[in-house]
Design a protein around this ligand. Sequence first.
Ligand SMILES: [Zn+2]
Length: 142
Amino acid sequence: MKPLMPSFDRRSARDMLVDAGLRPTRQRLSLAELLFAKGDRHVSAELLQQEAEKVNVSVSLATIYNTLHQFTQAGLLREVAVEGNKAYFDTNTSDHHHFFFEEDNRVVDIPGGMSVDALPEVPEGMEITRVDVVVRLRRKKN
Ligand SMILES: [Zn+2]
């Protein structure tokens, strides 16, 4: 269990956005607060919209997507691409890998991490920026 960040409030959200070079609009502040006050987690745009509605912040899904991508570009989030049309945004931007539970569409950090050996040779003039591993899981069929 990751520690919560009970001290993460609107002021922290403002500092975080300003430090990242983003203008702290009211909508960005609300979404940053929702995203980052709960410690490390993996959030889809749909889940974030539900959380926003619960605290009476009305934001369209398109705006949520835009904001999540802006936060990602600013280095505040990391996108975990699981399927072509499904994106999860990770509040932990450090290098780590994920389990994906197919039955309930859940993304979880692989406990203890994993090592990736035998990386391929990359094309001439290119370098690896990051290796993202998603290990997909389903219940065993007996
Ligand atoms: Zn993660």
